[in-house]
Design a protein around this ligand. Structure first.
Ligand code: HAM
Length: 436
């Protein structure tokens, strides 16, 4: 006898979203699509797999994402077709901006329009240590705006996503903004910060010791209390901004104030991607089941990236929000299932009739369920209740002989005979609450 094989489980940090949870996902996705459309963004869909180099060049080799979190593999087929000993290296996208920029450059969108506004929604992959709110496959909804140097569009974006989160019911959010200035500013600040931190090296956490070498700005991001204490007197990036960068940042904060978007300037805000310049922002949540992973949304300006990936000099800004984290921040109210009608054949011989009725009402636009396994009537009615059906259509041999079915209102328990040919229309009229 063969052994019973053990069940296969999903990959650690990658989750199933079961139908019972999907209504909450749809709500967030719908709100995101509607809001981005209202602000003039159009959806783009890019591949989930990209050449590894795209992320190395955009996100940055020294970042955590690129140095240790990417799912990278060799595309062996490519080795055969190119005749090279190694296949092309491919990576499951860890974020959406690099792909959007690649597509923008590849399709020469810059030659077609001055300002391009794109939205996207889909799964991203990072091999992080799984925790509540931190997964290895997670969903992001994001926007990218190419061609506008800001800062008004920066403020508009921050205001938009703040409004979106609030309208979804996310409570207790905090909007943090900062400016990283130009690349030159950042380079100067990096040196100053490194020099400041070096005397404290021995006291820094292991992670920050590493970061001091590879990317000192990320030390400011550390969650270790000692690191945080050391950083309290660290130089502020805002003191390193050029006059143009400062003017840009001041106009950003005054536009936010004019729009009524509450925010806090946080000079220690840095983010784990290298492509940012000038405006940087993050929205943190405090409520619901959010734990330490409280960044609901992060974004910023990446003015040099389009050029770095082979396009012209196009200033750009974007953000992405994590859908799982937004769901954790929202109250978990179960959404009851609901169906317009359940079709119930009382005898197995009427299953074909039931199938034709189901087809007619579904084609008329109603949601309909039918149990065509030949279950007892009582069981079928119980299922109709469970599905939250508003109506039931019951066909028995007596009705069949007369060419009618019973249309039963599940709330009032009233029922009446309706000819087969009229069923779909009669049901629709009742569902719309119009004249019978
Ligand atoms: P990010 O800060 O790496 O930025 O990610 C944005 C958001 O995705 C985070 O605020 C968080 O809500 C969610 N997120 C990130 N990692 C995870 C994870 N492991 N598990 C669950 N959720 C996660 C970016 O990805 C940039 N591409 C944003 C951007 C767009 N900047 C400019 N344009």
């Amino acid at each position: 006898m063969s052994e019973v094989s053990s069940p296969i489980r999903a990959v650690k940090g990658m989750n199933d979203v079961l139908p019972g949870e999907i209504a909450r996902w749809h709500r967030v996705e719908k709100a995101f699509h509607e809001t981005s459309q209202r602000y003039g963004y159009r959806e783009v869909r890019t591949p989930i797999v990209e050449p590894t180099n795209l992320f190395v060049r955009s996100i940055g080799e020294a970042t955590d994402i690129v140095s240790k979190e990417m799912y990278t593999f060799e595309d062996k087929g490519e080795a055969v077709s190119t005749g090279s000993p190694r296949g092309k290296m491919l990576t499951l996208r860890p974020e959406g901006t690099a792909s959007a920029v690649r597509a923008y450059v590849e399709h020469q969108i810059h030659g077609q329009e001055g300002v391009t506004k794109w939205s996207y929604l889909g799964p991203m992959f990072r091999r992080e240590r799984p925790a509540r709110g931190r997964y290895r496959q997670f969903w992001q909804a994001g926007l990218e705006c190419f061609g506008d140097p800001g800062p008004q569009v920066d403020a508009e974006m921050i205001d938009m996503v703040t409004g979106l989160l609030t309208s979804l019911g996310v409570q207790d959010i905090e909007v943090l903004v900062n400016s990283l200035g130009s690349r030159e500013t950042r380079a100067k600040y990096r040196v100053a910060l490194h020099d400041f931190l070096l005397p404290f090296e021995a006291r820094l956490s292991e992670e920050s010791k590493q970061r001091l070498k590879s990317n000192p700005l990320r030390v400011l991001d550390s969650k270790s209390p000692t690191d945080q204490e050391i950083c309290t007197t660290a130089p502020s990036i805002l003191d390193f901004l050029s006059p143009e960068d400062s003017a840009h940042f001041e106009e950003l904060t005054s536009t936010l104030a004019a729009l009524g978007t509450r925010h806090r300037v946080e000079p220690k805000l840095v983010r784990g991607l290298d492509y940012y310049s000038r405006t940087l922002f993050e929205i943190q949540g405090k409520g619901g089941e959010l734990g330490a992973q409280n960044a609901l949304c992060g974004g910023g300006r990446y003015d040099g990236l389009v050029q770095e990936l082979g396009g012209p000099d196009v200033p750009s800004i974007g953000f992405a929000m994590g859908i799982e984290r937004i769901l954790l921040a929202l109250p978990n109210e179960p959404v009851a299932p609901s169906v317009d009608v359940v079709v119930i054949p009382t005898e197995a011989s009427l299953k074909i009739r039931a199938a034709t009725i189901l087809q007619a009402v579904r084609r008329a636009g109603c949601s309909a369920e039918g149990d065509l396994r030949g279950q007892a009537m009582k069981k079928q009615l119980a299922r109709a209740e469970k599905l939250g059906a508003k109506f039931a259509i019951i066909v028995g041999p007596n009705e069949e002989a007369r060419g009618v079915a019973q249309l039963k209102d599940m709330r009032t328990r009233t029922q009446e005979d309706v000819a087969f040919a009229d069923l779909a229309n009669a049901l629709k009229r009742r569902l719309e609450g119009g004249p019978q």
